[in-house]
Design a protein around this ligand. Structure first.
Ligand SMILES: Cc1ncc(COP(=O)(O)O)c(C=O)c1O
Length: 377
């Protein structure tokens, strides 16, 4: 029995994520998938990659799914395919609260990010502010489905007018909109990441571009293969960006668990919502239908975040500040803009552990520790 103070278990290790616990349930299937690839002798492209692309496009209900080497590549290649492969002038509207890959992809595609502030409740791009920022220099809009909540894609498409919308759904595989469409199915083109912590996490790096537009899909494949439409003939300098056969085989196993893993994370999110809702020194994320709960991100008010992090760490709970600074403060993307909601959010946010396979004891330990912390800090 772990030691307790005042009914609270004093220490229980709750990692930010433990993919090994999740894997235990289908370890044998993963091993069979790896063995199949080893035995096939085909490690680049081939039937595993084709089957995965086919299964994932069926799962999402989009016509084209193209595996690439990472989410960052998926975003960069999607941008190049939709905006053009020539050196570009122009800007792409995006969110200032995202992983730096969102900004890097825009720069790598030869464009400049134009950050627009986020909505305080959803943490996603505000369609009204997108509309206000549209001007002749804007080439595209790139919303991010932050923490697994799908951005207001339909409204953003309206705000974007005839400009394309490229969705960064790297954190939102399997998430749905309030009208029950999968993340990635409403935009012109979408990028997913298979980084291991993501809702469809792989066993190394990997990414995916999805689109309904066959011209865009063709271009994505060409860009990802050194600008080659035909083998051994390059038309322009593209990338070498492929999803490995081994990754594809393993992801096929994981794809069949995406829904149940999302339901498990939803259960944890609902426990947190229910048990923490009376704490006035923090704000909980909105509980919207279809959320993928890649992160459960609270806002810690009154400058208590550092104390809370230390308090939880001392009790074995790993939390993460994802992200401590908005993109427009970072050297590659500095725009000199003032975006008050994003800046405030970055100073308050904290992601509590949420992953498929967390035990009831671990969920309860987080809840009790956060509640107890409120009395101590
Ligand atoms: C919002 C967002 N965009 C892009 C990426 C880049 O994905 P990857 O790490 O697979 O390159 C990530 C992953 O960390 C992400 O969270």
């Amino acid at each position: 029995m772990p030691p307790t103070i005042g009914g609270l278990v004093d220490y229980l290790f709750v990692p930010r994520l433990d993919t090994r616990v999740e894997n235990e349930h289908f370890q044998q299937e993963l091993i069979s998938a790896m063995t199949r690839v080893l035995d096939s002798g085909q490690y680049i492209g081939g039937p595993e990659v084709e089957s995965f692309e086919h299964e994932v496009s069926n799962f999402l209900g989009v016509e084209h799914a193209i595996g690439v080497a990472s989410g960052t590549d998926a975003l960069t290649i999607a941008l190049l395919a939709i905006v053009g492969i020539e050196a570009q002038d122009g800007e792409v509207i995006t969110s200032p609260v995202s992983y730096c890959a969102t900004g890097s992809a825009i720069l790598r595609a030869g464009l400049q990010p134009r950050f627009v502030d986020i909505d305080e409740e959803s943490f996603n791009l505000s369609p009204e502010l997108v509309e206000a920022a549209i001007g002749p220099e804007i080439r595209a809009v790139l919303p991010v489905d932050l923490y697994g909540r799908v951005a207001e894609i339909a409204q953003i498409r309206l705000a974007a007018g005839n400009r394309p919308v490229i969705e960064d759904a790297c954190q939102a595989f399997g998430a749905k909109t309030p009208t029950n469409e999968f993340a990635g199915t409403l935009s012109n083109v979408t990028a997913f990441s298979f980084f291991p912590s993501k809702p469809l996490g792989g066993y190394g790096d990997g990414g995916l571009v999805v689109t309904r537009d066959s011209n865009v899909a063709d271009l994505v494949r060409i860009i990802a293969r050194h600008g080659s439409r035909e083998r051994y003939y390059s038309e322009f300098p593209g990338f070498n960006s492929r999803l490995d056969a081994l990754q594809a085989a393993l992801l096929r196993v994981k794809l069949s668990r995406v829904k149940s893993a999302r339901l498990q994370r939803t259960h944890i999110a609902r426990c947190y919502q229910e048990e923490l809702k009376d704490l006035t020194w923090l704000r909980l994320p909105q509980d919207v239908e279809g959320h993928a709960w890649h992160c459960f991100t609270i806002r810690v008010l009154n400058n208590k975040r550092e104390h809370l992090i230390r308090y939880l760490k001392d009790r074995g709970i790993e939390v993460v500040v994802q992200y401590p600074a908005p993109l427009h403060w970072m050297p590659p993307f500095k725009t000199g803009q003032c975006l008050p909601i994003a800046e405030q959010l970055c100073s308050e946010l904290l992601c509590l552990p949420i992953w498929a396979g967390m035990s009831d004891a671990q969920i309860n330990h987080v809840i009790q520790a956060v509640r107890f912390a409120g009395k101590m800090i």
